[in-house]
Write a protein that binds this ligand. Structure first.
Ligand code: ADP
Ligand code: MG
Length: 703
């Protein structure tokens, strides 16, 4: 692989400066890039139709020659390209709207494969916006189609010729296979040379699948080796605190709660505490659906640190959330005393403080001083906790809530607030459930604990999808009824990507309309990202204390807001939200013992958007929804949006290759148990370093 990497594409026959430039435009610079530039799909020519046999309205594939290309500007910035093609049996017209580049892509004499539906325009047969592949006069039965080649001015045939050349020229020496035999046997994998050959020029469609499995396994194995090695390196390098877990503070805390722990909470607290006693710093992700009771776990972790004479910190992404956590944690800890050697009674009350950017002046100085002296046991706050000037006496446990809002630097900064000698343990909490296999890749360098059980006695949230104007009218009536019963309501307006200002304007309009019309007479409040922190806080206070009946808000209420008296949520234009976000939002109701409901307003949701809404109506289980989300996202590539650049994860898909993720993780773990630095698997190690560019790994480890 390193040899292939060191060879530029110019080494191939027929690649001159122009072709090299075209290849570079799709990030194909080395021979290795080309070899791992896999076909996007295959044309199985046994399915080919003749032009004369095409039937109106039926999707078909024809192979034809381009006779003419004619391009025309339409009104506005629209364009029309008309292309005439023919085969031995007849002629066909192709029309392309708003694809002006077709004029450059297609020229007379080219062989093309056309997929499309025959339709009729003014009595004449044509195909409108068909898929066109430039295959040239291919002879194989199964023809690979490479991604993006058309736009870059490259022909599939050329790419195939270069790949052929690479494979032919390496035949004698062979392409090495770094995966040990026992793994190949265990998973029934073909050799790598054969796999590379078959993925580019399969004899049959089956051969292509077998090849794909092999190459997917390679990608996932490299990824898991990298993630697990990273995790173990961090563990080896950093010295953690061996927390003393023998005290009874955590037990006293849990028995002071008005409820028994769920089994899941008990198990997860056990996992956390056990980690904390170990000499390596904990790096654990706690995932649990909204309302699963993560706060109790976080407090138990911080108390474990406090009991041994250290401090705990809890960092939340927003002012509102930090304040809420502070109030929540303080009430959970009321009356709890901690052992104190210097006091007459050998115990003293636990001290909890809130530190945000709103904390200023003398108050701030006082808190900073007592954090530094160790007088404060538990600090709760926002980014303010990691600012310069804030120092801890002995920070032993850091909890970060809602991880996706924090960057890796911020977590690192908080960790650095620990003492020089030992790094604090870190627990990252997220309320966004992700499927198990996704957790293995996206959080592959963390240990994962899962709260997969809800506290008892929750009344499920009834969710309905309001499609018509009549449905919507009923929804507002329902809001009035709930308010009439002394309950409160949320109205959530959609995210507007373009700008905060537009979003604020749109939510303000909805607010004004509702107040004047559907919800006239009710006390309606407004909350959006453009308000100052103080304004937000005051609106939230009014809502919390019941002085406002209905809160019209943007997604600023998405995380953590806790008002148990709110029993109904209306989500406006619900089709503009993703599943995870809708689920998060919905979690804001159903937090008390009252039956709650969620109404999704979406008049014209179709396709995937409709599927998403249907999933929300059907289940409130976050893990089920996460699976549904993955399915609906289609290919679900591991690197997600970062797919733009070239990377090592070309083929593996979280949706299609779930089993392979598990197998690769297991294989990587075994291999590293046995050979921690891959000294006996030198070639594999070299490939991990060569192929998994740090960017990719960083991306995965950033959260
Ligand atoms: P999360 O942060 O996971 O969304 P919270 O920690 O805010 O959930 O807990 C949600 C609510 O459930 C809180 O009011 C909390 O007091 C309550 N709760 C937590 N654990 C239990 C339990 N084992 N039994 C009953 N109620 C619980
Ligand atoms: Mg929470």
């Amino acid at each position: 692989m390193a040899d292939f990497q060191s060879m530029g594409v110019e080494a191939l026959s027929g690649v001159g400066r122009a072709k090299a430039k075209a290849l570079a435009s799709v990030e194909l610079e080395s021979v290795l890039d080309l070899l791992t530039y896999y076909p996007r799909r295959y044309i199985d020519r046994t399915n080919q139709a003749a032009i004369a046999d095409l039937v109106d309205g039926v999707e078909s594939m024809v192979m034809a020659r381009v006779d003419s290309v004619f391009s025309k500007r339409l009104r506005g910035s629209r364009s029309l390209v008309t292309v005439g093609v023919s085969d031995q049996t007849g002629r066909l017209r192709l029309v392309f709207f708003n694809q002006p580049w077709r004029d450059r892509q297609l020229s007379q004499g080219q062989e093309v494969v056309v997929f499309g539906k025959l339709d009729r325009y003014r009595g004449q047969h044509q195909m409108t916006n068909p898929i066109v592949d430039l295959v040239g006069d291919e002879t194989g039965r199964i023809v690979p189609v490479y991604p993006q080649s058309g736009k870059a001015g490259l022909q599939t045939r050329e790419i195939r010729r270069w790949v052929d050349e690479i494979l032919r020229r390496s035949e004698q020496r062979g392409i090495s296979d770094p995966v040990p035999d026992y793994l190949r046997q265990r998973h029934d994998l073909i050799g790598r040379h054969e796999a590379l050959d078959s993925i580019h020029r399969p004899e049959t469609m089956d051969a292509q699948y077998t090849a794909r499995h092999r190459l997917v396994f390679d990608e996932l194995l490299r990824l898991q080796l990298k993630l697990i090695m990273h995790k173990r390196t961090v563990e080896r390098a950093a010295l953690g605190i061996c927390h003393d877990i023998s005290g009874e503070l955590v037990d006293r805390f849990t028995s002071s709660l008005g409820f028994p722990l769920t089994r899941a909470q008990g198990r997860v607290i056990g996992e956390v505490v056990e980690d904390m006693a170990r000499p390596v710093p904990m790096h654990r992700l706690l995932q649990g659906d909204v309302g699963a009771g993560k706060t109790v776990v976080a407090v138990a972790a911080m108390l474990t640190a406090v009991q041994g004479g250290h401090q705990g910190a809890l960092m939340a992404p927003t002012e509102v959330l930090a304040t809420q956590h502070y109030l929540g944690v303080r009430s959970l800890l009321e009356d709890l005393v901690v052992p104190a050697s210097d006091s007459l009674l050998a115990e003293r009350p636990l001290r909890v403080a809130l530190l945000t950017n709103q904390t200023t002046g003398a108050e701030r100085t006082r808190i900073q001083d007592s954090l530094a002296s160790g007088e404060i046991d538990i600090a709760i706050g926002t980014h303010a906790l990691i600012q310069a000037g804030v120092g801890f006496d002995s920070l032993g446990m850091v909890v970060v809530d809602e991880q996706h809002r924090f960057g890796v630097e911020q977590r690192a900064a908080l960790r650095a607030k620990g003492s020089q000698a030992a790094a604090p343990d870190v627990l990252v909490m997220t309320a966004t459930p992700i499927p198990r296999t996704a957790a293995m890749t996206v959080y592959g360098d963390l240990d994962v604990s899962t709260l997969d059980e809800m506290p008892p006695g929750r009344t499920p949230i009834a969710t309905r999808w309001a499609k018509t104007a009549a449905d919507e009218a009923e929804v507002w009536e329902q809001v009035r009824t709930e308010v009439g019963r002394g309950h409160q309501a949320y109205v959530v307006c959609p995210l507007i990507e373009e700008s905060d200002a537009i979003e604020a304007r749109s939510v303000t309009e909805t607010y004004e309309r509702l107040q004047a019309d559907e919800l006239a007479g009710l006390r309606v409040g407004l909350l959006h990202g453009r308000l100052t922190a103080a304004e937000k806080e005051s609106v939230m206070d009014l809502f919390r204390t019941g002085a406002i009946d209905v809160l019209v808000a943007t997604t600023v209420i998405e995380v953590g807001v806790d008002v148990p008296n709110a029993t109904i949520m209306v989500i406006v234009d619900a089709d503009r939200f993703g599943i995870a976000q809708l689920h998060q939002l919905r979690g804001r109701v159903g937090r008390g013992d009252q039956a709650s409901s969620c109404c999704l307003l979406a008049a014209d949701a179709v396709g995937v958007a409709a599927e998403r809404l249907r999933a929300l109506v059907e289940t409130t289980d976050g893990f089920e929804l996460a699976e549904a989300d993955l399915e609906l996202r289609g290919e679900g590539t591991i690197l997600g949006e970062r797919q733009k650049g070239r990377n090592d994860l070309q083929l593996a898909s979280l949706r299609r290759d779930k089993d392979w993720v598990v197998w690769a993780r297991q294989a990587a773990g075994e291999m590293l148990d046995d050979d921690p630095y891959l000294q006996r698997h030198g070639e594999l190690r070299a490939e991990v370093e060569l192929l998994l560019v740090d960017d990719d790994a960083d991306y995965l480890m950033k959260s």
